[in-house]
Design a protein around this ligand. Structure first.
Ligand SMILES: [Mg+2]
Length: 459
């Protein structure tokens, strides 16, 4: 395996990572994003070093169960202790594999909560690496040579679709022109934003109309709405969007795994005249062939299929792409094994010619994904794609994601992976000792085993 240290390694060589703590906080969501009561929670890891740098990594959860995520992080994070940062970064592909190896693999290899925990731990390494180099993460990666990027990827299980040699060839081709795209990124012209804040089911029609007008004025041209609430209901909402933003706007809908395969095939053509780019998560995220069947059936109606926010690893994305099941790859920066595996999925998507439209619907996800989409544009696909901008939770972060006046994501400038959460958030939301969780409402929620289950929740 090639060594990626060399020129990308300087002042942090003397620092080594010693585990400080593994702590987490849960933050109440500020929006009812679906009919269920969702929360925004992070399994949060800080690694302290013998320099003044801290590496921060986290993975996202929806509230209840975040303690399970944190337990999984506590199982893996001690592997960092007593090592130099360069022990990990000198061969990132092996680092990923090491964190996914051993007895922990029995817990379900490269899937589920252990995969989320692996992501948090690897994110802390990437964050520390970028901070040590004094660069935002996207720039760290975009300054790599094609060989150095390829050396971060574990190609095991995907070589039947993408070999290291083929990936290198793709990366070398894009490297020739990456300078112009870096300039665009520096001007925050790399990643157009799409808007989902208009479309949550918790909003009234008036609220949707007001938000739409504001978003259209801000320059948004892509909108995604929750759907699956009955054809008439969906037609009314989507028609409202068409009326406010016009025929040129790109519309997408999301039903969060609502249907059986054949239900999706029956329902969606009834919305075809509204000209939808894609239906997101029409069915179980595990159903590769089901997605392929839906895509084939909806193609004559001009509706595409997208999924990815619950796709656990590069192998499933490989299969979805091989089965021609997708029109957009919606990878989630916390569902995959950090930047390592994200690079593999970006390359697979580019190989199959499918755009990457990352999922970033939870607090902190836009912060991470603005790095990822920039990397895709500059060094992998070379093409602009859109990235979700959800307008909540950003004030919890030290380097919050923002959008420009013409609806592009502002390219991150602060060194690191934009993971750092403000200290004041821990005072309030660290579970169970933060002031919120010690309040009457917080204690009631902690005692409620049915949080988020419609009709059963008591808090
Ligand atoms: Mg979704």
């Amino acid at each position: 395996m090639a060594n990626v240290s060399g020129q990308h390694w300087n002042r942090s060589d003397e620092c080594w990572s010693s585990l400080l703590s593994c702590r987490y906080f849960a933050e109440l969501t500020r929006l009812a994003t679906t009919q269920l009561a969702g929360e925004n929670a992070l399994g949060y890891l800080e690694i302290e070093t013998d320099s003044d740098l801290k590496g921060v990594g986290w993975s996202f959860s929806n509230g209840l169960g975040n303690d399970v995520l944190c337990t999984a992080i506590r199982s893996l994070a001690p592997r960092l202790v007593g090592r130099k940062l360069s022990d990990f970064t000198s061969d990132m592909a092996s680092t990923q594999r090491k964190f996914q190896s051993g007895q922990i693999r029995f817990m379900s290899p490269e899937r589920g909560v252990v995969q989320l925990a692996t992501c948090a731990v690897l994110n802390s390494i990437w964050d520390l690496w970028a901070k040590a180099e004094g660069k935002p993460l996207w720039r760290l990666v975009c300054d790599f040579t094609p060989e150095q990027i390829a050396a971060c990827i574990d190609f095991r299980y995907i070589t039947d679709a993408l070999t290291r040699e083929a990936a290198l060839e793709m990366l070398k081709k894009q490297a020739k022109t990456k300078g112009e795209r870096i300039r665009l990124a520096e001007q925050s012209k790399a990643v157009p934003a799409y808007n989902t804040s208009v479309g949550w089911l918790g909003h009234s029609d008036d609220e949707v109309r007001t938000k739409l007008n504001a978003a259209a004025k801000q320059g948004f041209r892509h909108f995604k709405l929750k759907a699956g609430q009955g054809v008439e209901n969906d037609r009314k909402r989507l028609g409202m969007v068409r009326e406010v933003v016009g025929e040129e706007a790109i519309l997408m809908v999301d039903v969060n795994q609502l249907w059986d395969v054949d239900e999706a095939i029956e329902y969606m053509p009834k919305l075809a005249d509204l000209k939808l780019w894609f239906i997101e998560e029409p069915t179980s995220p595990d159903d590769v062939l089901g997605h392929a069947k839906i895509r084939k059936a909806l193609k004559p109606h001009g509706i595409g299929v997208a999924t990815g926010e619950h796709v656990n690893n590069r192998v499933m994305f490989k299969q979805l792409l091989q089965a021609e099941a997708l029109d957009a790859v919606q990878l989630d920066a916390c569902r995959l094994a950090s930047v390592n595996e994200i690079l593999a999925v970006l390359l697979l998507s580019a190989k199959f010619g499918v755009p990457v439209v990352p999922h970033s619907g939870g607090a902190g996800m836009v912060e991470l994904c603005s790095h990822i989409s920039t990397i895709d544009f500059v060094v992998v696909s070379g093409k602009q794609s859109i990235l979700e901008f959800t307008d909540h939770g950003h004030d919890a972060f030290e380097a919050p994601a923002t959008i420009t006046s013409d609806a592009f994501h502002a390219t991150p400038t602060v060194p690191g992976y934009s993971c750092d959460v403000k200290t004041v958030e821990f005072d309030k939301f660290e579970c169970p000792n933060g002031s919120f969780w010690q309040s009457a409402q917080g204690r009631k929620m902690l005692e409620d085993p049915w949080r988020g289950v419609l009709g059963e929740q008591t808090s």
